[in-house]
Write a new protein. Structure first.
Length: 158
């Protein structure tokens, strides 16, 4: 795994991975950049590793083993209880790909999820203006051919 040095302001972080295991490892490292409350868009085509990255985040929080983390495509929301540096933390992993409008989105109760100890990761959230407006950053994953991925984390100044 190769890490590209972040720019001076430290709000954009880039990683290049060569395998799914590398992507999980990046997820484990990302936890230390993500101070709750955070609502992050997970961007990337189908199969680029969005859920694989969440596996690493969940593992770093001691919230779930990687094999317990699955895509919430049909359930819309998976909730995990974990901790970071001794502080309890909630991890919410959402997939809103199948939702068709803001009205359906309202039933998820995003406002209720955004507690001070919450890390909310939303796949396909860029489809919705209301989610884009609430987002505190995004994680973009692009294929670099084969199993290689470029992961770019952009955090808004807060």
């Amino acid at each position: 795994m190769t890490k590209v040095a972040p720019p001076a302001e430290g709000r954009i972080h880039e990683f290049t991975t060569k395998s799914g295991a590398d992507t999980i490892e990046v997820g484990r490292k990302l936890v230390h950049l993500l101070k709750p409350p955070q609502l992050l868009l997970l961007r990337g085509d189908l199969g680029t590793g969005k859920t694989t990255l969440v596996k690493g985040i969940a593992q770093a929080l001691d919230a779930a083993d990687p094999d317990e983390v699955t895509s919430p495509t049909f359930t819309l929301l998976h909730e995990y209880d974990g901790a970071l540096d001794g502080k309890p933390m909630k991890l919410y992993h959402l997939d809103v790909y199948r939702l068709e409008g803001e009205r359906q989105l309202e039933t998820l109760g995003l406002d209720e999820l955004m507690t001070p100890d919450a890390l909310v990761l939303i796949e396909w959230g860029d489809k919705f203006k209301s989610i884009r407006k609430r987002a505190t950053g995004e994680i973009s994953i692009t294929s670099e051919g084969g199993d290689a991925r470029k992961i770019t984390v952009t955090l808004k100044e807060g």
